[in-house]
Design a protein around this ligand. Structure first.
Ligand SMILES: Cc1cc2nc3c(=O)[nH]c(=O)nc-3n(C[C@H](O)[C@H](O)[C@H](O)COP(=O)(O)O)c2cc1C
Length: 150
């Protein structure tokens, strides 16, 4: 069964709400035959990434970049996964209160190096996630999961 791996750093209630919306989209009953696995970014291993078929990445913007936790995940998996995960789809959601551009650039640069395929528009939320923001998170999860359906 294809596996979708959610690699997330979730340090606050607003980010928890976004994570739950993404997870809810990815595990919607209409999406059949896709196993969804989630890992905190600080706990992810190369084996988790190698054994998945697509990825959802979630992070706050911190100090103008992705969180250290998500960067740590990339640091751990980058070379072990290079050339074995090329072409796999990924999605990204970010939360930031002062701008997420640097985090977006960083993730784009690393995923380009890995050869991953951007499967949906990035979702970036500022402040308290509203209904439309959570809907966009849900859509992100559902869109990436749907691409893994046989
Ligand atoms: C050390 C630190 C640096 C941060 N830097 C940024 C930043 O560069 N850009 C930004 O949009 N938000 C920044 N933030 C805000 C976080 O993105 C925000 O705390 C996170 O998305 C969770 O949102 P919440 O605290 O409102 O729930 C920073 C937060 C911390 C603790």
């Amino acid at each position: 069964m294809p596996t979708l791996l959610i690699i997330h750093h979730t340090p606050s209630p607003f980010m928890q709400a976004m994570f739950e919306a993404v997870l809810s989209g990815a595990t919607d009953p209409e999406i059949e035959g896709v196993e969804v696995v989630r890992r905190a970014a600080l706990a992810v291993s190369p084996a988790d990434v190698l054994s998945a078929d697509g990825y959802l990445l979630g992070s706050p913007a911190n100090l103008g970049y992705m969180s250290g936790a998500l960067k740590h995940a990339f640091d751990i998996v980058y070379y072990p996964c290079l050339d074995s995960t090329r072409g796999r789809p990924f999605g990204l959601y970010l939360h930031g209160n002062e701008g997420t551009e640097g985090a977006e650039r960083g993730v784009t640069s690393i995923t380009t190096g890995l050869g991953w395929a951007k499967a949906a528009a990035y979702v970036a939320v500022s402040g308290k996630p509203g209904k439309d923001d959570l809907r966009a998170c849900w859509e992100l999860g559902a869109t990436v999961a749907a691409q893994l359906m046989g």
